[in-house]
Design a protein around this ligand. Structure first.
Ligand SMILES: C[S@@+](CC[C@H](N)C(=O)[O-])C[C@H]1O[C@@H](n2cnc3c(N)ncnc32)[C@H](O)[C@@H]1O
Length: 354
């Protein structure tokens, strides 16, 4: 696929990119601190000298020079050689204005950064070898409720940022046949379930998730209008002997299947197929890396796969169309409709029993 190929770059640009990669961890941290210390923000208001920035941030001139000279050669700031004043570059401007960048930086710093040191072991051994940097759990999902507040904010900020924007857009499609019973598998904190009960005054939603998440979901939805039509079942679906409750008109899986290996996905979809009411449908919402409009989105998704490898579970990744559709077919389901370009690059894949 042409848009992912970097061999169209000039030799000079290719060499520069290679050098940026080699210092990737350093420029990541520099950029994060530039955001945290508000220096991009200061430069938004106009160009500044080193002493002016030191004064405004309370950092030493030495610290400001280190940050600015790294950022200058990286390309997030510019420097006027006559006045010595720094200003924001186009790249730096995106760090101020694109909320996705902030979400990704927080996620990478608070969740991934230290664990990525163990990526090679994770790839060799098929387990999330970096997760020990956050806690002692078999997968990150068992540990979500025990993350520190900062880690929780970054993990849920990342998760919700990507799915929240898509939820409203797909409600009319999911509710087109007026389902009476909807099951949300991997329903997490109940955000989608709350949208459903708000959208349809009659629907009943059952959330399936790990017991720890069901407890968090109950806390977060308690007393909210419509929450009496939501119930939760705490179960570990990695155990394939755990079936899904039957009789559902819609089974909804959003950003859920990407937490599992292909064989596990097939098992989950087989269990979903058995839990459907007659004429029921499975709706899968995922960000497929090869169905993105923009190269930056494909890039982000392919790098998010590495989080699954090193931190989350060691054996899943963001799907390509081929992988997801092959798993769907192996589970005895067929794809009857696909809608792309929802929210931040989600696809809604509607399936029925073959
Ligand atoms: C990435 S989150 C997606 C949450 C939500 N559906 C959304 O779209 O934002 C994946 C969810 O799957 C749940 N999950 C992961 N492994 C599970 C397992 N073995 N059994 C049950 N639920 C699991 C997680 O607890 C989490 O709530």
């Amino acid at each position: 696929m042409d848009i992912y190929r970097k061999d169209r770059l000039s030799a000079k640009a290719a060499q520069e990119l290679a050098h940026v990669i080699a210092f990737g961890p350093v420029v990541f941290q520099i950029t994060r601190v530039m955001m945290k210390e508000g220096i991009f923000n200061i430069l938004r208001d106009g160009s500044r000298t080193v002493p002016e920035i030191a004064h405004q941030t309370g950092l030493t001139e030495y610290a400001v020079k280190v940050l600015l000279e790294s950022s200058l050669t990286l390309g997030t700031v510019l420097r006027d050689p006559d006045s010595g004043k720094y200003s924001l570059s186009k790249v730096g401007w995106f760090f101020l204005t694109d909320p996705m960048l902030k979400v990704n930086v927080d996620f990478n710093h608070d969740i991934n950064y230290q664990g990525m040191f163990h990526l090679d072991a994770a790839l060799r051994e098929g387990r999330p070898a970096g997760l020990k940097e956050l806690g002692n759990w078999p997968t990150i999902y068992e540990g979500l409720s025990q993350l520190t507040d900062v880690q929780k904010r970054s993990w849920f900020g990342f998760d919700h940022f990507y799915s929240d924007g898509a939820f409203d857009a797909v409600l009319p499609k999911v509710f087109a046949r007026k389902p009476a019973r909807l099951m949300d598998v991997g329903g997490n904190t109940g955000k989608w379930a709350m949208k459903c009960v708000g959208y349809d005054p009659d629907v009943h939603v059952t959330i399936i998730d790990l017991p720890q998440q069901i407890a968090m979901m109950k806390q977060q939805t308690e007393g909210l209008e419509g929450s009496e039509r939501i119930d939760g079942v705490g179960v570990n679906l990695l155990d394939s002997s755990n079936s899904l409750p039957s009789g559902h008109d819609v089974i909804w899986m959003s950003q859920f299947l990407d937490c599992f290996s292909d064989d596990q996905v097939v098992s989950l979809l087989e269990r979903a197929a058995s839990a459907l009411a007659p004429d029921g449908h499975v709706f899968i919402m995922e960000t497929l890396w090869d169905r993105q409009k923009w190269p930056a989105a494909s890039f982000d998704l392919a790098q998010t796969s590495v989080y699954f490898t090193a931190m989350a579970n060691g054996n899943s990744k963001m799907f390509s169309t081929e992988d997801l559709f092959s798993d769907i077919a192996r589970a005895g389901l067929e794809v009857i409709n696909v809608t792309d370009g929802i929210g931040y690059g989600h696809s809604l894949v509607e399936c029925a029993v073959k």
